[in-house]
Design a protein around this ligand. Structure first.
Ligand code: IFM
Length: 446
C-alpha cells in the first residue's frame, strides 16, 4: 500500500543498538577483553559500578530482540560487532565462535525480513590494542582495516550496508581528552592523534571494501553539531561557528576530500600525525553518511585557555530537557540536516540514531506509559519529514534504542529504550512508545 504520510515507500525504518551496550556474555566463546570491560571494572568510572557483563543478555536472547523488531515491522536493524569477539587480541586469525554468533544473528534477521546494517565499530576496542596506544597509535588504523577485511570476507554476501566507526568524536575526545569514556585518558595531543587515526581507519577499511568488488554500501556514522549562539553578540556567533569545526567539520571536510579545516590546523596541526597519502585515503567520500542527533548545542564565548583553546562553552537554555539533561530541540535536527546537505555533497543521508532517555516508571502491571518519549519521537520524525519535503536526501531513520541498555558511564540508570527490561528476569516489555513507533512504521501517520 502506498504511504500517504510524507515518507517515501522505500524509507528505511529501523532501530539501533551496540554490542557492548546489549550483548553481555563478555567472557563467553573466546571473546577478548575490550577497553570498556577494563573501564567498567575500574572503580569510580561508571555510575554505581555498573558493567556490560550481562547487559541485556542479547548474546543469548537475540531471538527475542528479533521478534520485537518483527512486531515493529522494522525493515532494518543497525547493530554493532564486538571486535574482541572476532579478534580477541585485536589482530590475527578470526575466532570462529565470534563469527558464528554474528552469522546466526545476521541469518535470523534476514529470515525475518529485516536488513542487517552492520556497524563495525562502536567503541569496544580490544584492550590489547589500547595497551599499545589505542587510537593514538597509527597501528590501530591498520588493525581496524584487517578486522574490517575479515568482516567483508565473511559477511559480505549478506550485508548491504556497512558502517565503519560510530561517533568518532566520542572515541577521540570523550575517550582521550575528557577521560569520561574508555580508555579514560586526559590528554589533548592523544585525542587529536586519535582523530586522525580514526579517520584513517575509516579510509583504509573503505578502500578495502571497494577492492572486494562487493555491491553493498559503505558509510560512516558521526554525531555532528550545528551549534547555535546563545545571544546575538558577535562573539557568541563566532563561538558557534568555531564549535561546529570540532563536532562536524574536522570529520566531514577530510571525508569529502577538503582536508582539515584551516583553523583546526592552525591550533592543532602540530598534534596531527599526518603521513603522505593519508588525506587521499581518508578523502574518498563514503556511499552514505549516518547522522546521530539527540539535541542541539547552544554555546557562548568564554575566555580561552589550554583546555579550551577555542574559548567556547555550553550555555544554559529554556528548553525542556530529557533525563540526560539534553535540550529537546526537534527543529535543531532539521537545521543540522540542512547544514550538512547544504555544505557537503552527501547523496544518501540516514539518521542512524535518535531517541531520548526519560525516567520511565512502570505502572502496577509493569507497563511504561512514556508519553514524553512519544512526543520526542513524534516531533523528531516531523523534522525528518520536513527535511524530505525540502529535498534533503534523507533515506532512513534508526531509533535509539530498541532496548533499555547500558548507557556507558551512566550505567543502567539512563534508559533510551522503547522496550523495558525487567530488572530481574531481563524479560522484554514493550513501552507505549514501542506501539507508537510500530504504528508510524505502518504508515498510520505521526
Ligand atoms: O547510547 C549512546 C550510543 O552508544 C551512542 N550515541 C548516543 C547514545 C545515547 O547517549
Amino acid at each position: 500500500m502506498k504511504r500517504t504520510d510524507g515518507f517515501p515507500d522505500d524509507f528505511i525504518w529501523g532501530c539501533a543498538t551496540s554490542s557492548y551496550q546489549i550483548e553481555g556474555a563478555t567472557h563467553e566463546d573466546g571473546r577478548g577483553v575490550s577497553i570498556w570491560d577494563t573501564f567498567c571494572h575500574t572503580p569510580g568510572k561508571v555510575a554505581e559500578g555498573d558493567t556490560g557483563d550481562i547487559a541485556c543478555d542479547s548474546y543469548h536472547r537475540y531471538p527475542e530482540d528479533i521478534a520485537l523488531l518483527r512486531e515493529l515491522n522494522a525493515n532494518a536493524y543497525r547493530f554493532s560487532t564486538a571486535w574482541p569477539r572476532i579478534q580477541p587480541d585485536g589482530s590475527g586469525k578470526p575466532n570462529p565462535k565470534g563469527l558464528a554468533y554474528y552469522d546466526t544473528l545476521v541469518d535470523s534477521l534476514l529470515e525475518a525480513g529485516i536488513e542487517p546494517w552492520m556497524q563495525l565499530y562502536h567503541w569496544d576496542l580490544p584492550q590489547a590494542l589500547e595497551d599499545r596506544g589505542g587510537w593514538a597509535n597509527r597501528e590501530t588504523a591498520f588493525r581496524f582495516q584487517e578486522f574490517a577485511e575479515i568482516m567483508f570476507a565473511h559477511f559480505g554476501d549478506r550485508i548491504t550496508h556497512y558502517s565503519s566507526l560510530n561517533e568518532p568524536w566520542c572515541s577521540a575526545y570523550l575517550g582521550y581528552r575528557e577521560g569520561v569514556q574508555a580508555p579514560g585518558k586526559r590528554d589533548r595531543v592523544l585525542a587529536n592523534r586519535a582523530v586522525h587515526h580514526l579517520l584513517l581507519a575509516h579510509g583504509l577499511a573503505q578502500k578495502s571494501y571497494r577492492a572486494t568488488g562487493l555491491s553493498g554500501k559503505f558509510g560512516i556514522v558521526i554525531n555532528p553539531g550545528r551549534q547555535r549562539p546563545a545571544t546575538a553578540r558577535p562573539e557568541d556567533y563566532a563561538a558557534a561557528e568555531i564549535a561546529s569545526i570540532e563536532s562536524t567539520r574536522i570529520w566531514l571536510d577530510p571525508l569529502y576530500g577538503r582536508g582539515y579545516p584551516a583553523l583546526f590546523m592552525q591550533y592543532f596541526g602540530a598534534d596531527l600525525p599526518i603521513v603522505d597519502g593519508d588525506m587521499e585515503i581518508i578523502g574518498s567520500p563514503p556511499d552514505f553518511l549516518g547522522v546521530n542527533y539527540y539535541f542541539e548545542h547552544v554555546v557562548k564565548a568564554v575566555p580561552a585557555d589550554e583546555r579550551n583553546p577555542f574559548g567556547v562553552a555550553l550555555a544554559d537554555t529554556w528548553h525542556e530537557k530529557t533525563a540526560m539533561g539534553w535540550d529537546i530541540v526537534p527543529e535543531g535536527m532539521l537545521r543540522l540536516l540542512r547544514y550538512i546537505a547544504g555544505n557537503w555533497p552527501v547523496s544518501n543521508l540516514y539518521v542512524t540514531e535518535n531517541g531520548a532517555a526519560f525516567d520511565d516508571v512502570p505502572d502496577a502491571d509493569g507497563v511504561v506509559h512514556d508519553k514524553d518519549r512519544i512526543e520526542y519521537l513524534r516531533a523528531h520524525l516531523q523534522a525528518c519529514r520536513d527535511a524530505i519535503a525540502e529535498g534533503i536526501p534523507l533515506k532512513g531513520y534508526f531509533l535509539w534504542s530498541l532496548l533499555d541498555n547500558f548507557e556507558w558511564a551512566y550505567g543502567y540508570r539512563k534508559r533510551f529504550g522503547i522496550v523495558r527490561l525487567h530488572p530481574e528476569t531481563l524479560n522484554r516489555i514493550p513501552k507505549k512508545s514501542f506501539y507508537y513507533y510500530r504504528d508510524v512504521i505502518a504508515g498510520c501517520g505521526l
